[in-house]
Write a protein that binds this ligand. Structure first.
Ligand code: ADP
Ligand code: MG
Length: 364
């Protein structure tokens, strides 16, 4: 006899869905850093214990959380950033689904310390149940802003926890790559990243100064030498859209510009596998595999043995892309990606041709 179809119990549904938003160490850090930036912080400190296996903590000096929001803070689909689907196209914030904190409650032990300007130096420490319900509130010393601590990540998903501890060095490397991207693009925010090993002291991994240019940030993160090897990107990529865009069939010319920095063809990264490549859409760090492939192809035709350092922000109207593609929001769907990459290849080649001529002989 066929089995009966019956609903999965609510607690399990919560855990299954949480596992789609928080897939790995990167997603934890990404969600917490984005919340800090959404809270208008201009200083963000990310602290790892044992590369994140023991704890991940993100402290910001942003708005803090008002007492009226404590109860709903970690409830699923509770957000201060979006209320209807229509708001999505106007989205200015990183977050919008109200899922990150709720998912973290399901997959770790989450605690929050927060104070608004008028409350500091006193604040509140909040603890939550697995469901995201507020468990306890207590008075504590706190500066203006919010600190979110995630401990025992994936302890309720033993397979994933085992996987994480097995690959922790690689995962931590990926996280640093992601943090480099946020730190370099955030010109108004001072980023500090620290790690502490068990029984060891906390050591600064990298930091930026805040209130500086992307060039200064790149120098702080990757070293000053890197700067001399880069050429500025300032490309205008207007193109004819081939696809009708979400509710906008009237667009006859899509305007895209690319602002950033890329290795001069004579200075590669010394390895063939692209590694230090950061892509953004309107300042939002994201993976853009088609764009990366196009850039690497052009670069290869100038320098066969190395790969390029890339820091490229694609600025365009929000109707040219969709951020609501994957639960972890890391994928951005570009409408007309192939028309865009064709134009990018043309303009990048032009940029490299001009650069070739300006590289001093001594550096060749
Ligand atoms: P989302 O970012 O999609 O709204 P989250 O689960 O990440 O969902 O966060 C839920 C809500 O908690 C946010 O909408 C915001 O109001 C509040 N919040 C989270 N982190 C912070 C923070 N660091 N500072 C201030 N408010 C925060
Ligand atoms: Mg968020």
């Amino acid at each position: 006899m066929a089995a009966t179809i019956k609903p999965i119990e609510a607690k399990s549904v919560h855990q299954i869905q949480a596992g789609q938003v928080i897939v790995d160490l990167c997603s934890v850090v990404k969600e917490l850093v984005e919340n800090a930036l959404d809270a208008e912080a201009n200083a963000v400190e990310v602290r790892f214990k044992n590369y994140g296996l023991d704890a991940i903590e993100v402290q910001d000096n942003g708005t803090g959380i008002s007492e009226a929001n404590y109860e709903s803070l970690a409830l699923k689909h509770y957000t201060s950033k979006l209320s209807t689907y229509d708001d999505l196209s106007e989205l200015q914030t990183f977050g919008f689904r109200g899922e990150a904190l709720s998912s973290l409650c399901a997959l770790s032990t989450l605690s929050v310390t927060t104070a608004q300007a008028h409350e500091a130096p006193k604040g509140k420490r909040l603890e939550f149940e697995i469901s995201g319900k507020l468990k306890s509130t207590s008075l504590t010393a706190a500066q203006k802003g919010t600190t979110i601590t995630v401990e025992s990540l994936f302890s309720r998903l033993p397979v994933r926890q085992k996987e994480l501890s097995k690959n922790i060095k690689r995962e931590y490397g990926k996280v640093l790559g992601l943090l480099h991207a946020y730190a370099c693009i955030s010109t108004k925010v001072k980023f500090t990243v620290k790690n502490a090993m068990p029984k060891g002291r906390s050591a600064v991994v990298f930091s930026t100064k805040g209130n500086s240019s992307t060039r200064d940030n790149i120098a702080n993160v990757y070293g000053a030498k890197m700067l001399s090897q880069l050429v500025e990107l300032n490309l205008k990529l207007d193109f004819q859209p081939t696809l009708t865009q979400m509710g906008r069939s009237d667009v006859d010319c899509a305007k895209v510009s690319v602002v950033g920095h890329i290795s001069k063809p004579v200075f590669g990264e010394g390895r063939q596998t692209p590694d230090r490549q950061m892509f953004f859409v309107n300042g939002r760090p994201c993976g853009l595999p088609q764009i990366a492939k196009a850039i690497n192809e052009v670069y290869k035709s100038y320098n066969v043995s190395q790969s390029a350092f890339v820091f490229a922000d694609f600025r365009m109207d929000t109707n040219n892309y969709d951020v609501n593609v994957s639960p972890d929001k890391r994928t951005i769907f570009l409408h007309n990606a192939s028309a865009l990459t064709d134009r990018l290849k043309e303009e990048l080649a032009k940029c490299f041709d001009e650069t070739e001529q300006t590289v001093p002989q001594s550096q060749m």
